[in-house]
Structures are given as structure tokens and as C-alpha cells.
Design a protein around this ligand. Structure first.
Ligand code: PEP
Ligand code: MN
Length: 337
């Protein structure tokens, strides 16, 4: 249930509503907007009458939230969430770019990547140190050594770092090196991992599972938010369909749908979304035109020799072209990049 407080409601009035919700068995999450404070009561309680709350002092209105996700619903924060990470705002007017290799491979590679990413004007460097590979015989990532190299390369150029956490036991390590923790498509419903990330106070980039519906994506976000970590960035990275020409089918329509259903920022990943570097640029443009708050793309100084996902990884020139074109598309839809 959702209680919207009146503009100017006092702290005592807000506290009275919180106390009543808690007394009924709800866990209360608070969202402070420019005009209204919204209190989200979540929990297995359904015998209540919204009118009991609507007559309380300082209350504007009270609703049952019919969607299975509550805190991720746009009703909880109608103005939208802006995830702020050290001066970079994801979900604001500026389209943010996260770029880098699929995997951190070594010092020379990651230093070269950092130069390319910074020169293109991206704000965040990506790179996997723990890789969820379809085959157990494929490269599994450099682990902590890779995180260390990426952190140093990013710091030298004022970039932020996003990297994947595959398991809840890796959270402290990722927390030490990354500014944003990525949950990969294969882990979108790893509920133990999601719950543990709910205890963290650091942004999470949550990728849509390969067969996940939009509702399942929002419920995965709800797992993290129910623990009190509200800093979530969603990511459309393509879903599995009957089409085989592309690695996945990038569901561009998921971007405006999620923006309508949820207040959380959403980025598009045209690299995993298509699996082909010749299709990354048009789908990056499409994602931004559709309202994406950012892009996640793979780029490598020598993608033909990348240890993972080379076919979908941009060359430095393609990345620079993409950044230029994305700026033009962003401007056309009233944003910047
Ligand atoms: C990645 O970002 O390199 C990755 C493994 O992505 P996904 O989980 O979307 O497959
Ligand atoms: Mn990859």
C-alpha cells in the first residue's frame, strides 16, 4: 500500500502514519519527493481499508498497489529516480555511457581501453573480472587482479567502474573496487544474490534475464529494494527469441514500457542485445531515441583478439562514431550525452 502525504506534511504526521503501518505488520519504505513524501508499506498484509489512512492528518491519498512489485513501481516515486554516483547522474537529462571490454585481460589492454573510453566522452568504464561463461572451459576472468587493474586505469582518467558480481560471496570484493555492481542476465533471478545486494548501499546495474519478462525484471529489482537499497539501474540486453541472425533480440520497446511502469533508470546494451558489432551503432541510436538513460557497450583496442565477446565488441573508431551519433540523437529527443 502507498500513502501519499500532503505537501508540507509535518514530520510528526509522517511518523504517525509510519507507526500505524508498522503496527499493522507492514515494513515501511520512504520516498521523499520535491512536493510529497510517499510511504510504501510492503508485507503480507491485505486486510486494511485505505480510508483509515486517508482520514489521518497530513495524508493526501492512499492506494493499494495492484502490481506485484511495489517499491519499483512508478507510483512510489513519480518524479523518477536519479542514481548519483560521484557526480555522475543516471536517470537525469544526460544520457550516460558505460563502455569497456567484455573481460579485463591485462594491464596493457585495460589502459588502452581506458584511453578510448575517456576520449569518447563516456563516464563509466565496464569490464568483467568474473565472467559467467556458457562453457566451463572458456576464460573465467582475472578476478581481483583484474579489478585492481581496472580501478587504477579508471582513476587515472576520472572514470567510474562497473563490474559484474556473480555470487554473493564476491560482494565485498566488488564493493572494494567498483562504483556500480553489475548483476548479469544469468543471475537476474539469483534471489540470494539480490537479497544480499539489498543490504549494500551502492548502485546495482541489474540486467534483464535472457527469458525474463518485464514484470520479472521489476520483481528482481524489488528484491534488492526491499532490503533498502534503492539505487538500481535496469538494463535491456536482449532476450532469446526464435531469431538466429542476432545473438539476442534487443527489446527496444522494453525501454519505454519500463520507464512507464517504474521510476528506475534504464539503460540499453546493444552489444549483448545484438551480438554483432555492425548492429551496435543503430541499436544504440534506437535505445537513446526510445528513452534510455544510458548505454552499456563493449569496446576493445583489438576486438578480433578479445578473449570474450569479440564479435559484438566495437573497434575504437566505431566507438567514437557511436558517441558522436548518440549525442545527436540525444539532442533530438531533448537530452544531452
Ligand atoms: C556482460 O556484460 O559482459 C555480460 C556477461 O552480460 P549479460 O549478463 O547481459 O550476458
Ligand atoms: Mn560480454
Amino acid at each position: 500500500m502507498l500513502v501519499v502525504m500532503q505537501q508540507g506534511a509535518t514530520e510528526e504526521q509522517i511518523q504517525a502514519v509510519i507507526d500505524r503501518l508498522v503496527g499493522m505488520g507492514f515494513t515501511v519504505h520512504r520516498s521523499t519527493g520535491v512536493l510529497h513524501t510517499v510511504l510504501g508499506g510492503v508485507g503480507p498484509v491485505d486486510d486494511f481499508d485505505p480510508a483509515d489512512f486517508e482520514v489521518m492528518d497530513g495524508v493526501k491519498e492512499c492506494h493499494r498497489i495492484v502490481s506485484p512489485y511495489k517499491l519499483a513501481s512508478r507510483y512510489f516515486k513519480p518524479q523518477g529516480t536519479v542514481v548519483k554516483v560521484q557526480g555522475v547522474e543516471i536517470g537525469g537529462p544526460k544520457v550516460i555511457t558505460m563502455a569497456g571490454p567484455c573481460s579485463v585481460e591485462g594491464r596493457d589492454q585495460i589502459e588502452a581501453v581506458a584511453d578510448i573510453v575517456a576520449a569518447g566522452g563516456a563516464q563509466i568504464m565496464r569490464g568483467g573480472a568474473f565472467k559467467p561463461r556458457s562453457s566451463p572451459y572458456s576464460f573465467q576472468g582475472m578476478g581481483e587482479a583484474g579489478l585492481k587493474l581496472m580501478r587504477a586505469a579508471a582513476d587515472r582518467r576520472g572514470l567510474l567502474v562497473v563490474s559484474e558480481v556473480m555470487d554473493h560471496t564476491q560482494i565485498p570484493l566488488l564493493d572494494a573496487y567498483a562504483d556500480i555492481l553489475q548483476v548479469g542476465a544469468r543471475n537476474m533471478q539469483n534471489f540470494n544474490l539480490l537479497r544480499e545486494l539489498g543490504k549494500l548501499r551502492k548502485p546495482v546495474l541489474l540486467k534483464r534475464g535472457i527469458s525474463a519478462t518485464i514484470e520479472e525484471l521489476l520483481l528482481a529489482a524489488e528484491y534488492i529494494m526491499s532490503g533498502g537499497n534503492y539505487e538500481i539501474i535496469l538494463c535491456e540486453r536482449g532476450i532469446r527469441t526464435f531469431e538466429t541472425y542476432t545473438r539476442n533480440t534487443m527489446d527496444i520497446s522494453a525501454i519505454p514500457v519500463v520507464k512507464r511502469l517504474s521510476h528506475l533508470p534504464m539503460v540499453g546494451d546493444p552489444s549483448h542485445g545484438t551480438g554483432r558489432r555492425d548492429q551496435v551503432l543503430p541499436m544504440a541510436r534506437a535505445a537513446v531515441a526510445a528513452g534510455a538513460d544510458g548505454l552499456l557497450v563493449e569496446v576493445h583496442p583489438d576486438p578480433d583478439h578479445a578473449v570474450s565477446d569479440g564479435a559484438q565488441t566495437l573497434t575504437p573508431q566505431q566507438f567514437s562514431d557511436m558517441m558522436q551519433q548518440v549525442r545527436a540523437v540525444a539532442a533530438a529527443v531533448g537530452r544531452s550525452a
